[in-house]
Design a protein around this ligand. Sequence first.
Ligand SMILES: [Fe+2]
Ligand SMILES: [Fe+2]
Length: 347
Amino acid sequence: MLVLLTDRPDRSIGLSQLLEQIAPCRVLTPQSRAAELGEAPLGLVADVDLLQPLAARSLRSLMATLGGAGTPLVCLMRTMGERSMAEARGLGAGLCLPGSTPARTVAQAVLAHLRPTATVEAVVARGANQAGNVITGLLDIARTGGPVDAATVDEGLAPVLTAVEVGGLERWLATVRSYDDATYQHCLLVTGLAATFAIDLGFSERDRQQLVRAALVHDVGKARIPLAVLNKPGRLTPEETEVMRTHAAVGHQILVKAGGFDETTLSVVRHHHEALDGSGYPDGLAGSQISDPVRLATICDIYAALVESRPYRAPMPSAQAIDILLGMTTKLDIPLVHAFARTVSGT
Ligand SMILES: [Fe+2]
Ligand SMILES: [Fe+2]
């Protein structure tokens, strides 16, 4: 558990949500009683004005209750003036950040500060779990023809981005490869790859989220493919291949009907099996008709399919999978494959 002590709870909501990705977060105000905590927290984040006597007193008594200097303390400072800083240091703050620091940066700094205690594995497992719940819920609803909810999908975005940022791609892939269900494992692999690729390419927060959203839902149409075809442990017949290929257009229809999904997501879902030479499906798009996000998603999708583990075959080593992608010169955006190779080079 983490504790966020704040005297401006309204402005701290975004921060408490991000801290939740590290560990369950209890929000206290200077008026709360520390005795209510129950267990010793991993760390304490104080977003209070230390020059206000009530706030300083409540932080001091909270630290005393928790055993003093043993608990990592991060202070968000209203001013970085000498008096406030001395107060924060006196209370045992290991890290002082300006109060205006963006919530995501604060969460990352908190994690770095806590690293010895809050295990990175736990953050990755939590991210995989949350995104996995989104995928399971999405496929279940799509299978039964119920209404898919775009807002629910978005609950999976930040956990994945945080997990790969904090834990690295390799740890994400190792965690996700241990899952049995092929579609579930595949969707989480593609999502982690897309998240890391977007971060490495320097995408804005909005563009990162968009690519991760698209990756999470890209195979939603598989919910409507008969399991005998979807999970067949061998080569598909030509007829079965035709059935399997409907998942792209079907997934697109599901999301259009649901409403609330952005154009990039819709286009990735429909076109992630297109090829630059026009040989893909469902629309046989070629060259410039295939957008950059679709090209990125396609690379992540093919790579994931190659390195996935299955009960009946060992996963292909990363270098071999990259060689295959680099050999698809007429179908894939090769400069992007080279960039992708750098993203996965450590795995
Ligand atoms: Fe697909
Ligand atoms: Fe896929």
